[in-house]
Design a protein around this ligand. Structure first.
Ligand SMILES: O=C(O)CCC(=O)C(=O)O
Ligand SMILES: [Fe+2]
Length: 381
């Protein structure tokens, strides 16, 4: 048995699949030749005990009691890992072929102010991408790093790809916090002689006061608190809690080919844990007919999971016994707590989806040095 199956004996939860593909994102015949097989496309994972890591507890600035309790629960909670080999040679080869095909599909190519070129939406169009993102082995590896069970995030995010064109003078990605809790960021291109194109992270937890520090970073000066990821080669990845630590990717100055990176996104499986999802980011960037439906389903699933917990509880008898002893409060209190959480989840979803509420976290625009929201404004490629 794989060591990951020993640690996580039960299946990772996957949100129910949509039984349709949104308009413009139907299955594509050109992708049919690729069949995902973790035994071929993933390597044997070897965990190096001298793994270079940064623990959330070491960069926490937030000393709020509730927050610390949550963090304690998430032990060991790696903020980010050292690079590890996430994909086999064959895995890299297939993914690169998929990227090449995708470049000629207009509706999956996006050019935004934050990211000059990204590819999104492949989960609906390619079974390989769908199966990779729903792979138990990869999700269990991410769960091991996070210290809690993680599930794949929404379909349109499955295998988000960034492309950095050498000499474009544009950052591949501006300083930002992710709008999803956890990511595995893999480089697929040859970076051996690349200048620039560095993924850099700030070693502080959600510290907005660091904006000046981030903006002071220039080509020839990297403040000590900013860490540069050194990828040994294609197929190597880092796992990170991108929703907690600011990160960006510098512009590619020189390289033998464009920089290609692949982002696998994960959210907490347990509906009762804190969730870092920020709907407004996706609302502001993805096609409207996709983001609304995906997030309606996501919030509906999370609330359903909460109510299922209430329906499937096996400790009512015990709670009821206690209840008789304790004047009827215990079982009732537990039930009320779950109802309240489900109501809050739905109220939050309702206000976000109908536009009464905005949960944007934005990114730092390098032109203005200001936090900027996602406004659906596309730029010319
Ligand atoms: O492309 C990369 O290396 C990282 C990109 C990133 O942080 C993102 O897409 O959120
Ligand atoms: Fe990111």
């Amino acid at each position: 048995m794989e060591f990951l199956d020993k640690i996580f004996p039960s299946q990772i939860k996957i949100a129910p699949r949509p039984n349709y593909s949104p308009e413009n994102y139907q299955k594509l015949a050109e992708f049919e030749k690729f069949n995902y097989d973790p035994n071929i496309h993933l390597p044997e994972y070897v965990i190096n005990l001298k793994f270079e890591t940064l623990y959330m507890k070491d960069i926490d600035l937030n000393k709020d009691e509730g927050y610390l309790k949550f963090r304690n629960f998430l032990k060991p909670g790696l903020a980010f890992t050292a690079p590890f080999k996430a994909f086999s040679e064959e895995g890299v080869k297939v993914l690169r072929e998929i990227v090449e095909i995708s470049k000629s599909i207009p509706q999956v190519n996006f050019h935004t102010k934050r990211q000059p070129w990204n590819i999104r939406g492949l989960g609906y169009m390619s079974d390989f991408i769908r199966d990779l993102n729903e792979c138990q082995k990869l999700a269990k590896l991410a769960s091991l790093f996070a210290g809690t069970n993680l599930s794949p995030f929404t379909y349109f995010n499955y295998s988000h790809i960034n492309i950095g064109v050498p000499g474009s003078g544009k950052k591949v990605d501006q300083w930002h916090l992710d709008s999803v809790g956890f990511v595995i960021v893999t480089v697929l291109s040859d970076c051996e002689n690349m200048k620039g194109g560095d993924l850099q992270v700030l070693k502080r937890d959600r510290d907005w006061s660091a904006i000046d520090l981030l903006n002071s970073q220039s080509d020839d000066y990297t403040p000590e608190e900013i860490f540069t990821v050194k990828y040994p080669g294609p197929g190597f990845a880092v796992f990170m809690q991108g929703s907690h630590i600011f990160h960006h990717v510098t512009s590619v100055k020189e390289a033998t080919e464009p920089r290609i990176s692949l982002i696998q996104s994960f959210m907490v499986s347990n509906c009762f844990e804190e969730d870092s999802t920020k709907f407004s980011t996706f609302k502001g960037g993805d096609p409207e007919h996709v983001s609304y439906t995906e997030f309606a389903r996501l919030y509906a699933w999370r609330s359903k999971e909460m109510l299922d917990e209430l329906i499937n509880r096996t400790d009512y008898d015990e709670a009821n016994k206690e209840e008789r002893k304790n004047d009827g409060s215990r079982g009732k209190q537990k039930a009320l707590k779950i109802f309240k959480m489900a109501i809050d989840e739905l109220t939050n979803a309702y206000s976000l989806l109908n536009g009464e509420k905005d949960d944007t976290i934005g990114y730092i625009d390098d032109k203005t040095n200001q936090i900027t929201g996602y406004d659906n404004i596309k730029i010319e490629s």
